[in-house]
Design a protein around this ligand. Structure first.
Ligand SMILES: [Zn+2]
Length: 109
């Protein structure tokens, strides 16, 4: 897969599928505390623009990680299938949590 044209921004997030079939949302964020990037194990300082990767797993809900923009582009984005751009408004925390929730009445395994 070629280099994806673009990074998450104020207006746009990215959504793709992991090998396991979970949704992965890439969202632009500003670090409010010190984070450690899973890609390079380096620090993301407070105030730095970075990429929040939010996984939506059914039925277990969501979890997220903070990546350097560069690391996400080089290590993470190439692993994702069906990557597309979505309006950032669709990637709000509450919306993603709702996507990860099991519908009432559906049997849990
Ligand atoms: Zn990194």
């Amino acid at each position: 897969m070629g280099q994806f044209d673009g990074q998450p921004s104020v207006r746009w997030s990215l959504r793709g599928l992991t090998e396991e079939g979970d949704e992965a949302w890439l969202i632009r964020g500003i670090a409010r505390k010190l984070y450690r990037c899973p890609g390079c194990h380096g620090e993301i300082p407070v105030g730095e623009e970075h990429t929040i990767v939010q996984y939506v797993r059914r039925p277990t809900g969501t979890d997220h990680h903070h990546w350097h923009r560069q690391c996400a582009e080089e290590l993470l984005i190439p692993e994702l299938a069906k990557l597309r751009r979505v309006p950032a408004s669709e990637s709000s925390q509450s919306r993603l949590e709702a996507r990860g929730r099991v519908r009432p009445g559906r049997r849990r395994s």
